[in-house]
Design a protein around this ligand. Structure first.
Ligand code: CIR
Length: 275
């Protein structure tokens, strides 16, 4: 599959100028082995390999047209490579979250400083909790996982912060997985990749579904960009299913961050800017 290294025009854009996509990432922490784990056993993590894989991931983002912002390592913050959980960045506003894991709340301070350059900021405040990994945007609908990390109050605050911009927030029950986007992500216009064991497809309106291979329960997490998806090498059977639906794929090896219960979406915050 040939993928041009170019800044691609967004779907439905009415503007004459092409949109530039920014992907904010953060270097893998030296403390990654001390990460939070909810559903996976702790196994040894090779931080050097994780950093090499993360570099290849950043290159994949560039290949698919993003300008990558690589924030410096936070050596004490084990999970800080998983930037997705710290914010929900929309065209109009960035919502700085209050992560459900207490150990991760401090990560939002430096992310707020980084995002202030691009967006007006609003915050999820105590006692609400919200992880960006629970927020799946499909057009102007924000599906939000009701998980161990995102509670009713956090979801209500997200709805209040985004209603004025025309977003509808739809809470979705999850079971057996960390975040909503562990169970479902968008891989093409109107097409969701889903593990139906972890989320009920009836929660989603007017979309088509592609199910993960049952032998690959973690395979529903993909990063969607205009030219295709960034997808983990760990899930070859589901990758075949994507090929069957003609979804262009750039493969990445994320074995080390996978051991920390992170998927590919977790490692970036992607949003539009102007060239
Ligand atoms: C955590 O438990 O918070 C991290 N070890 C993994 C976070 C993964 N983030 C994501 O799915 N958005």
């Amino acid at each position: 599959m040939l993928l041009k290294k170019t800044y691609l025009r967004q779907e439905n854009s009415q503007e004459s100028e092409p949109d530039l996509l920014i992907a904010v990432t953060r270097e893998v922490s030296a403390a990654l082995e001390r990460c939070e784990l909810s559903y996976m056993p702790r196994t040894s993590i090779d931080v050097g390999l994780a950093r090499r894989q993360h570099r290849a991931y950043r290159e994949a983002l560039e290949t698919l047209g993003c300008r990558v912002v690589a924030l410096p390592e936070l050596p004490e913050q084990a999970d800080s490579v998983f930037v997705e959980d710290t914010a929900v960045v929309l065209d109009e506003v960035a919502v700085i979250t209050r992560p459900g894991a207490e150990s991760r709340r401090i990560e939002t301070e430096s992310m707020a400083r980084a995002l202030a350059e691009y967006r007006e900021l609003v915050t999820i405040d105590a006692p609400g909790t919200l992880d960006g990994g629970d927020v799946l945007r499909v057009g102007h609908t924000l599906y939000v996982g009701r998980s161990a990390r995102s509670d009713r109050e956090g979801i209500a605050q997200l709805a209040a912060a985004t209603a004025a911009y025309g977003y509808k927030v739809v809470p979705v029950e999850t079971r057996g997985c960390l975040h909503l986007k562990t169970a479902v992500t968008q891989v093409a216009p109107g097409l969701l990749l889903i593990n139906p064991a972890w989320v009920d497809r009836r929660a989603f309106e007017e979309v088509d579904f592609l199910e993960v291979d049952p032998a690959e329960p973690h395979a529903a997490n993909a990063v969607r960009l205009p030219g295709g998806v960034i997808y983990p090498r760990s899930f070859p059977r589901t990758r075949e299913r994507l090929a069957g639906r003609r979804v262009p794929v750039v493969m990445v090896d994320m074995s080390e961050t996978e051991k920390a219960e992170g998927g590919v979406t977790c490692c970036s915050l992607i949003f539009r800017s102007r060239a």
